[in-house]
Design a protein around this ligand. Structure first.
Ligand code: SF4
Ligand code: SF4
Length: 97
């Protein structure tokens, strides 16, 4: 009889439970998961880079003017950048269909 999922150890999980190729999420359009998107008021941005350092999905890019742009192909809309931006220039807005 198969073991109950909650009784299994990590050694018993199927391969699908493991990340065998770190960073592979860049190959997928994870932005499709998003229900809200970050939008920045760049007039308030002091180019500190905190948003860039805080994004768990590496979905923020340095722009030519020293501010930062969002990579909406990969941003999942978690809102961490908006929480961590200490000048308050990032807002989360409802995703448009
Ligand atoms: S955290 Fe805010 S102020 Fe700092 S670079 Fe990002 S958007 Fe600009
Ligand atoms: S909402 Fe989350 S995933 Fe999107 S740019 Fe901000 S920190 Fe990154």
């Amino acid at each position: 009889m198969a073991k109950n999922f909650s009784e299994m150890t990590w050694k018993e999980f199927d391969l699908a439970f493991m990340v065998t190729n770190p960073g592979c999420s860049a190959e997928y359009r994870t932005g499709d998961w998003r229900s809200q998107r970050p939008v920045a008021d760049k007039s308030k941005c002091i180019k500190c880079g905190v948003c860039y350092l805080s994004c768990p999905d590496d979905a923020i890019r340095l722009a030519a003017d020293g501010t930062y742009d969002f990579d909406y192909e990969h941003c999942k809309g978690c809102g961490i950048c908006a929480t961590e931006c200490w000048t308050g220039c990032i807002s989360m807005v409802e995703e448009e269909k």
